[in-house]
Design a protein around this ligand. Structure first.
Ligand code: SAH
Ligand code: SF4
Ligand code: F3S
Length: 486
């Protein structure tokens, strides 16, 4: 077997990620709207799941303004790219894509190109005025003005809106589900981020944190359930700081409350969430999870670095001991809880000892999987302003390789422990390798594949009990179980 490269591993997480697609393009689904003469939009999304969720809001706004979606860029009147700034490489990929679109526009001068999302916010009018790559620049809080901006750009004006808002949550907009499997959906519960992790561009591109009203979240979940969806992932950069005060009742809804409220929509609706900040996840959240069988036993708890000194430079506000205590607490309350992480290799001043500390926390935490990155300096961030990006590229790369190699071992160990166990699995669709096999996930967010012939009459959206018979580092393989899981 050919060994995967670092890039393969880092850009293709072993488990379907509720959180991040790492720059994978997502063309709009054809919603069957074929009214003649309709202007067509095509949208590609990059970056985290919040961007994918925003594209569904954009699709809804445009549909309301008389546009229809298309999967075929060639027939689009409006080409939109929802962008990510998290690492330099993400921006480079998108720039190449925008350049390709620019070439396409030479053949179709009437076509408008718009850049949305975090790069739009970070670079503001630069992509339009200096680089002349696009016709429209629309930041993440300005999507309601898109129809107007399209008209302005169509008339040859500069169409730019990158105003950030303190209260926009798009809570009244019902997203058009794009490329949906009809089983799992993402629901944004908050926007922005008030943390100032030194390496991170998100607070600059997404603005201040604000929580969406709880009633609209619950009703979106209920509506999804009624339409046959069986799993929702509640999305935010830091879901544990969700807090919404109802204007009429004055009642405060915390994240733990919200989890409970969404779990009560139906015992058949699974609830996931992402991302948790180790400093903010509370015992209340853990107890609420434990009390509801339909809240998935899985927490994405990004570590970033394992040395307290580096964590402090990163402004993560926890120490390695605090982090490890959180992991212990999670396992105390829910012994079967899956835990995953994000890790950055080679942050400013990171020494070999600091790196060893990261590997050590990974070992102690026994992550089921991780998303692993080389540090990439982002303009304007605290780290870019205060510290030198002083770990040489080859050292960063070697450390990342060691982190990836360790994670591979931990993932395989974790999966091997599941062999022989029975899990309740929600079927999502065909397995990628074979149409004879279903693919689904267990509560811990691990992918399980199993033969369709085992379960006649079952299909996407159904829950089945699967006994794990074998595994790789990335996937569990199973067969229909004779008895239900404990
Ligand atoms: N809100 C989430 C993370 C959002 S960004 C949290 O607080 O955990 C997703 C991940 O990208 C981060 O967890 C981090 O590991 C990585 N990341 C962010 N900025 C980065 C940078 N400048 N270089 C490398 N990786 C970065
Ligand atoms: Fe970035 Fe930190 Fe906010 Fe996550 S919590 S989005 S890493 S600033
Ligand atoms: Fe990227 Fe913006 Fe998400 S920078 S990771 S798309 S919030």
């Amino acid at each position: 077997m050919q060994m995967p490269t670092i890039e393969d591993i880092v850009s293709q997480p072993p488990v379907k990620d509720p959180y991040r697609h790492n720059g994978e393009a997502l063309p709009v689904a054809d919603t069957g709207d074929d009214r003649p003469g309709l202007r067509r939009f095509y949208i590609e999304s990059y970056g985290c799941q919040m961007n994918f969720s925003d594209s569904e809001i954009v699709a809804s706004i445009l549909t309301g303004a008389g546009f229809g979606p298309t999967r075929n860029m060639e027939e689009a009147d409006l080409v939109l790219v929802n962008t990510c700034s998290i690492r330099e490489k993400a921006e480079q990929t998108i720039r190449n894509r925008l350049t390709a679109f620019r070439h396409l526009k030479r053949e179709r001068p009437g076509m408008l190109i718009g850049v949305l999302g975090c790069m739009a916010e970070r670079l503001k009018s630069k992509l339009l005025e200096e680089e002349k790559l696009v016709d429209m620049v629309v930041g993440p809080d300005a999507y309601r003005t898109l129809p107007q901006l399209v008209e302005e750009a169509g008339d040859g004006h500069k169409a730019v809106n990158v105003l950030l808002s303190r209260d926009e949550t798009y809570s009244d907009i019902s997203p058009v589900r794009l490329d949906s499997n009809g089983v799992t959906a993402f629901v944004s519960i908050m926007r922005g981020c008030n943390n100032m992790c030194a390496f991170c561009v998100v607070p600059f591109t997404r603005g201040r944190e604000r929580s969406r009203d709880a009633a609209s979240i619950v009703s979106e979940c209920r509506d999804l359930f009624d339409r046959g969806f069986r799993e929702v992932t509640l999305l935010g950069q830091n879901v544990d700081s969700y807090c919404h005060v109802d204007e009429q009742t004055g009642q405060t809804v915390t994240f733990a409350d919200l989890l409970g409220m969404t779990a009560e929509v139906s015992p058949l609706l699974r609830i996931r969430f992402s991302t948790s900040h180790p400093k903010d996840i509370t015992d209340d959240v853990l107890h609420t999870m434990a009390a509801h069988g339909n809240i998935c036993r899985y927490i994405h708890l990004p570590l970033q670095a394992g040395s307290t000194r580096v964590l402090q430079l990163m402004n993560r506000t926890y120490t390695r001991e605090w982090y490890l205590a959180k992991v212990r607490r999670i396992r105390e309350v829910m012994p079967d809880c899956g835990i995953s992480s994000d890790i950055i290799a080679g942050f400013c001043t990171e020494t070999e000892d600091d790196h060893q500390d990261t590997l050590d926390v990974m070992r102690q935490s026994r992550y089921d999987f991780s998303y692993m990155f080389m540090y990439s300096e982002r303009p304007g961030t605290l780290a870019a302003r205060r510290y030198a990006d002083d770990v040489p590229q080859d050292v960063k790369k070697r450390r990342l390789e060691e982190i990836v190699a360790l994670q591979n071992t931990l993932s395989l160990e974790s999966n091997r422990q599941d062999v022989g166990r029975v899990f309740r699995v929600l079927i999502e669709g065909n397995s990628r390798r074979s149409e004879q096999q279903w693919m689904g996930r267990n509560s811990q967010n691990k992918v399980i594949v199993f033969p369709k012939s085992d379960m006649p009459g079952m299909g996407p959206g159904d829950y089945v009990d699967v006994k794990v018979t074998d595994c790789t580092q990335a996937t569990l393989m199973g067969v229909a179980a004779k008895h239900t899981p404990a």
